[in-house]
Design a protein around this ligand. Structure first.
Ligand code: SF4
Length: 500
């Protein structure tokens, strides 16, 4: 008799409550800076933690062999990366050691794109490598704990993760604002490493104030992290920069994983842009969380007549948003406001409105249009580089809508780059073409600023000799309406000299 097996959704072997603290949590998908800080937050909460190894080009091939070939680029890279991790660890620690010693934590949720199916791909990896009983924990954004255990989401852990995200973002902003102008090559990377280690140590060893209200109060009011960043600022104070190097500013947008990533997964595009002479504006992860909170607020407003205690709930979300921005800005201030502000979501939504409805969720939703227009109209960047994984539905929608945007703003320099993982030359050469025009714009702006102020490069150099603090990496140059750092710097020096 033929037995028909009904379809059953995959349920990975769970992480039991009593295993917490004994089993190492493995995670990935962010920058090495964010991952190191998350490690500190997890260790503070009593877990053992280890990020997945750095993504390599080989991971794409491993992933393609093991999972559905139509899967999007972030899934394929991560699946291959997980497989390589399991193989390499097994060679060193034996299969049983790996099965018993580690749990892979990944994020999932339902939605219009393939985000909700990532874990199915990872299951294929485990199946194909005969690791079916390897523990995997799906950190569902809508349901943070497994029935059998999972992670214990306490107040200190939640705040630890939020601070890891903020601090990782701020350090990334510092890095990209400074490295293109560093006088001694390699100094930014060295100071960055020292800063991350310092913050990691403080995150890991932050004081315990219980698991609930005491912890909440402490994390919301404490000057602890501001003090840490003041120490970090002293490290960056020693880095000397030359802001007279004329560089186009390139804002990175795109799909979450691709835009955040720093490695072979997106052709190392941020480093590549720097080598091509650009200054990169990286995307903070905090913008994504801000977006999610705003979306929930707008959804609630849309159906207010059906929401119980609407005004109370709205007030709570507004308070949360104010606290979120206040904390981010407070930390920025400790670094002399060198990291960028979070873009205002209300404005992003209204800029994108004629082209993209804000409830078309999935991927980065309206933000891709909103961020491009916001940077262009406020002269924050010369060019937008949007990174899209091949076959990604939300990004395809945004690229389509951007054609209407370009019809209205033909001078917006926009490079939509499709990342396939194995078509590097094609993608980078497209980017290079737009970058050439961005370079010309940066140069024209710089010359215009010199002409407006009547200054020469030599005059500015002489003035720098009198005011050496101008060459500190932590010196804040205000925005004078130019997209380029060098043009704004000329205006600033002219103002200090009383020329404008
Ligand atoms: S946003 Fe695009 S790349 Fe990212 S998971 Fe969804 S479909 Fe895949």
């Amino acid at each position: 008799m033929e037995v028909i097996q009904q379809y059953r959704a995959y349920r990975p072997r769970p992480l039991k409550g009593e295993e917490r603290g004994k089993v190492k949590i493995v995670y990935g998908g962010l920058t090495w800076k964010h991952e190191r800080l998350i490690q500190g937050a997890l260790e503070n909460a009593g877990y053992k933690a280890e990020p997945l190894p750095e993504i390599k080009r080989a991971d794409l091939d491993i992933g393609k062999e093991l999972i559905d070939t139509g899967a999007c680029c972030p899934t394929t890279f991560t699946a291959g990366n997980l497989a390589r991790f399991l193989k390499e660890k097994s060679e060193r620690e034996g299969r049983e050691g790996v099965k018993e010693g580690y749990v892979f934590v990944t994020i999932g949720a339902c939605g219009p794109c393939r985000f909700g199916q990532y874990h199915e791909s990872y299951e294929r990896v485990l199946e194909n490598l005969d690791f079916k009983d390897f523990r995997m924990f799906l950190l569902d954004l809508l349901q943070m704990e497994q029935n059998e255990g999972g992670l214990e989401i306490t107040m200190p852990l939640t705040f630890g993760l939020v601070y890891s995200m903020f601090l990782g973002d701020l350090m990334t902003d510092m890095e990209y604002a400074i490295r293109p102008y560093e006088v001694i090559p390699g100094e930014t990377d060295k100071v960055l490493k020292e800063s991350i280690e310092l913050i990691y140590d403080r995150l890991k060893n932050r004081p315990s104030r219980g698991k609930k209200w005491g912890s909440l109060l402490w994390h919301v009011t404490t000057p602890y992290f501001v003090k840490v960043l003041k120490e970090v600022r002293e490290l960056w104070d020693k880095v000397e920069v030359d802001r007279l190097r004329v560089k186009p500013r390139v804002k990175i947008t795109g799909e979450f994983w691709l835009q955040t990533h720093e490695g072979d997964g997106n052709y190392n595009i941020k480093r590549w842009l720097e080598q091509e002479g650009a200054e990169v504006i990286p995307p903070p992860i905090a913008v994504w969380m801000d977006y999610l909170i705003y979306l929930s607020l707008w959804k609630m407003e849309e159906s207010r007549e059906f929401v119980e205690k609407f005004w109370l709930k709205k007030a709570v979300i507004k308070l949360l948003l104010n606290l979120y921005h206040f904390t981010y800005n407070r930390l920025r201030k400790a670094l002399n406001n060198i990291p960028n502000t979070l873009p205002p979501q209300e404005e992003l939504r209204s800029l994108a409105k004629p082209y993209f409805h804000h409830f078309l969720a999935g991927g980065e939703g309206y933000m891709l249009i909103g961020k491009a227009l916001y940077a262009h109209l406020n002269k924050h960047a010369h060019m937008i580089c949007e990174l899209s994984p091949y076959g990604c539905m939300p990004n395809t929608m945004s690229i389509g809508a951007m054609q209407a945007v370009l019809g209205k703003y033909p001078d917006l320099l926009y490079a939509p780059i499709e990342i396939k993982g194995d078509a590097e030359v094609h993608a980078l050469s497209r980017c290079q073409m737009i970058l050439t025009e961005a370079k010309k714009r940066a140069q024209r702006e710089f010359e215009e600023a010199l002409e407006r102020t009547g200054l020469s490069v030599e005059d500015i150099r002489n003035y720098e000799d009198e005011r050496p603090e101008l060459r500190k990496a932590t010196y804040k140059v205000p925005h004078y309406g130019y997209a380029g750092t060098s043009a704004n710097y000329v205006m600033h020096v002219a103002k200090l000299m009383g020329r404008v």
